[in-house]
Write a protein that binds this ligand. Structure first.
Ligand code: UGA
Length: 419
């Protein structure tokens, strides 16, 4: 926002984050974010504080807090959204626009709009879902695919539409389309999009299971069906499945919300999407046992990748770490390596061993597992690595290595859903 020319104040309850951000340091790894912070810091248009009163005087207020999965339940924990919204109320002026970016159960916007009406009848609430991907957050924010504005009457003429158009004038001018909808449609666009993406991944992982049984190759299958542009090749990479702070909890929260609305039958397929996804993790444990001649006991297993995806240090619901923990539980001695996510991983799974250096991590390994496809792992040299390991066995959990090359270097290579 500051880069686009606006005066911005960022507010958070976490003192440490605010201190880091004030010093133009990103409190997590996201490519390009620190450069951007430094660039805008010089303009003086961006500041950070823990004081909610700093919201007073702003014309537009974005609510961007998380909606994690509730402990022991499928639904979304709305504590942070509710706290941000109610905390903001005393600082609102007439005609202010409050913009919801968080991924929420459908019905939240209408509930918050009522709250807003009671306190500040002339302010407006827009639901404006966020579609950025971790690892591509800066580019996705500056060049989004689309904007969706959910307003109370679903009308282009709603006064908040012009306000948001002004906020986003730069990407809109470069052709980003925007849709105006009512509140529930805007909320559902986000959950439907993430559910579709999750379904695509589980679909191809289900095909991987069939390919394995039939001796077929899921990567070629994905290439071939993806050439039909009604299907598309993106998000058809079979492997260890999806993780992170979004897709897994969003499909669960969506099922829970549909249940509350009496529409649970419509989403029973998402239960299967979740089940296929979780099954990938046990499949990798099984395959690793096979690779290690039928027993994991005392075997040294090196896991390459801890983050839920490359270019991120986020380990929330990371399939790689979940697999590493299961292997260790079954008697393997697991060492995890990752270019960025090791400290986050060690906080969550202190029982695992960690080694930042790939070669040191691979030293003496009975099996290597490539579970997060960082570029440096894609570029690994099978000949050099051969000298380090105790047995040349590799399981390519993301199907990103050249199987023929690894095999001709003498490795026992296993992909997922590939012969
Ligand atoms: C996801 C959506 O892609 C964003 O559009 C959305 O804004 C975001 O959630 C959110 O709700 O905030 P993100 O969680 O950053 O973004 O990650 P994705 O790129 O969607 O990847 C999710 C998981 O799927 C990763 O574990 C990735 O490895 C896995 N994946 C992705 C596959 O296993 N196969 C694929 O073909 C693609």
């Amino acid at each position: 926002m500051a880069k686009l020319g606006h005066e911005v104040v960022g507010i958070d309850v976490d003192v440490r984050k605010i201190e880091e951000l004030s010093a133009a340091r990103a409190p997590f790894y996201e490519p390009g974010l620190e450069d951007l912070l430094r660039e805008v810091q010089e303009t003086g248009r961006l500041s950070f504080t823990t004081d909610l009163a700093a919201a007073a005087g702003s014309a537009v207020h974005f609510i961007c807090v998380g909606t994690p999965q509730k402990k022991g339940e499928n639904g979304a924990d709305m504590t942070y959204v509710d706290a941000a919204a109610t905390g903001l109320l005393p600082y609102l002026s007439p005609n202010d626009v409050v913009v919801g970016k968080s991924t929420v159960p459908v019905g939240t916007a209408s509930r918050l709009a009522e709250l807003l009406q009671a306190e500040q009848p002339d302010a407006h609430l827009v639901w404006n879902p966020e579609f950025l991907r971790e690892g591509h957050a800066v580019a996705d924010t500056l060049h989004p695919d689309r904007f969706v504005y959910g307003v109370s009457d679903g009308s282009e003429d709603h006064p908040a539409v012009a306000v948001l158009d002004e906020v986003y004038s730069s990407p809109l001018a470069s052709g980003t389309p925007r849709l105006v909808t009512d509140h529930p449609t805007a909320e559902l666009v986000k959950t439907a999009a993430n559910s579709f993406l999750a379904t695509k991944i589980s679909f191809i992982n289900a095909m991987a299971e069939v390919c394995e049984a039939a001796g077929a190759d899921v990567t070629q299958l994905a290439d071939a069906i993806g050439m039909d542009d009604r299907i598309g090749r993106k998000f058809l990479n079979a492997g260890i499945g999806f993780g992170g702070g979004c897709l897994p909890k969003d499909i669960r929260a969506f099922m829970a919300r549909a249940g509350e609305l009496g529409a649970d039958q419509a989403l029973t397929f998402l239960r299967e999407v979740d089940a296929i996804n979780m099954r990938r993790r046990s499949r990798v444990v099984e395959l690793t046992r096979d690779l290690c001649n039928g027993s994991l006991l005392g075997k040294r297993v090196t896991v390459l990748g801890a983050a839920f995806k490359p270019e991120s240090d986020d380990v929330r619901d990371s399939p790689a770490l979940s697999i590493a923990a299961q292997l260790q539980l079954q008697g393997a001695v697991v060492t995890v390596s990752d270019p960025k996510a090791l400290s986050n991983a060690a906080r969550r799974f202190p029982e695992l061993n960690y080694e930042a250096d790939t070669s040191a991590a691979a030293e003496g390994a009975d099996a290597l597992l490539l579970l997060t496809e960082w570029q440096e792992y894609r570029d690994l040299d099978p000949y050099a690595l051969m000298e380090l390991v105790s047995a040349p066995r590799i399981l390519d959990g993301r199907n990103v290595l050249d199987a023929a090359k690894w095999r001709s270097a003498g490795w026992n290579y296993r992909g997922l859903g590939r012969p």
